[in-house]
Design a protein around this ligand. Structure first.
Ligand SMILES: C[S@@+](CC[C@H](N)C(=O)[O-])C[C@H]1O[C@@H](n2cnc3c(N)ncnc32)[C@H](O)[C@@H]1O
Length: 234
């Protein structure tokens, strides 16, 4: 598994959000949160599990909306960031943090209504095994994102500290059908890669985002999208 050790370091966990979601990266954070909300629909009183929840960007957001949520991650320092965020947001009663391995989920079958993972599958050496485990504990829906093979992302993947697994649409289709999941909705986004947004100020990023959306709306742009969001029913 890529990144398992990387995210165990305190300084990596402490700077995780600042490095990715400050400056132009704020647009990415907003878009990802929107993708999660769109996929999960109303979450009040819904039993949800977030795999590889990291610093709890989505866990806390969903707890604020009334979900009954568990955030699971293998890194204690990342979870610690999540705990602090939940305390500041005043939602500590609405969620549970759990240190654990996504390959062996400590829950019975069908335990949650929705199970999702963001920014996780690019780290996975054995995605089928993780997807099967997510599906096993979900009753209704599984949601995740992937970084795309035929996209601008492939240009700078080599520069990332632990590399990144990229997926073709065909590979994801196969993963879903092998797991018995039925694709409900897919969205493809980000012609310009994340790293580009992170380097520019927020004000300029809105203009770039406009261009990104306009390009992404064309057939060529769809083919170049660097991220896909997959929502499937169990
Ligand atoms: C790129 S971060 C994403 C965090 C969060 N999902 C987000 O989008 O901000 C990847 C996370 O996967 C976690 N992780 C890596 N391997 C894992 C495993 N086998 N089981 C659970 N979590 C894992 C890391 O500790 C890290 O927090």
């Amino acid at each position: 598994m890529k990144g398992e050790e990387w995210y165990q370091a305190d300084d990596v966990a402490e700077s995780y959000e600042d490095k990715r979601f400050s400056r132009g990266g704020r647009i990415i954070d907003r878009r990802e949160k929107r993708a999660v909300l769109d996929a999960l629909g109303p979450v009040e009183d819904k039993r949800a599990l977030e795999i590889a929840c990291g610093t709890g960007r989505f866990t806390v957001m969903l707890a604020e909306r009334g979900a009954d949520i568990v955030g699971l991650d293998i890194s204690e320092p990342m979870l610690q960031q999540g705990r602090e965020k939940a305390r500041s947001a005043g939602v500590t009663d609405h969620l549970e943090w759990m240190r654990g391995d996504a390959a062996r989920l400590p829950f019975p079958d069908d335990h949650f209504e929705v199970v999702f993972a963001m920014r996780f599958f690019h780290l996975a050496d054995t995605p089928a095994a993780f997807l099967e485990e997510m599906t096993r504990v979900s009753r209704d829906r599984v949601f995740f994102d992937t970084f795309n093979r035929f996209s601008t992302r492939s240009l700078y993947t080599w520069a990332l500290p632990m590399g990144s697994r990229l997926y073709s649409s065909r590979e994801v289709d196969r993963l879903l059908s092998d797991t018995g999941l039925e694709l409900d909705r897919a969205a493809h986004d980000w012609v310009f890669p994340y790293g580009f947004y992170r380097k520019i100020p927020n004000g300029i990023a809105s203009g770039v985002r406009w261009l990104d959306n306009a390009t992404g709306g064309t057939p060529l742009g769809r083919g170049l999208a660097s991220v896909s969001y997959w929502s499937a029913t169990v």
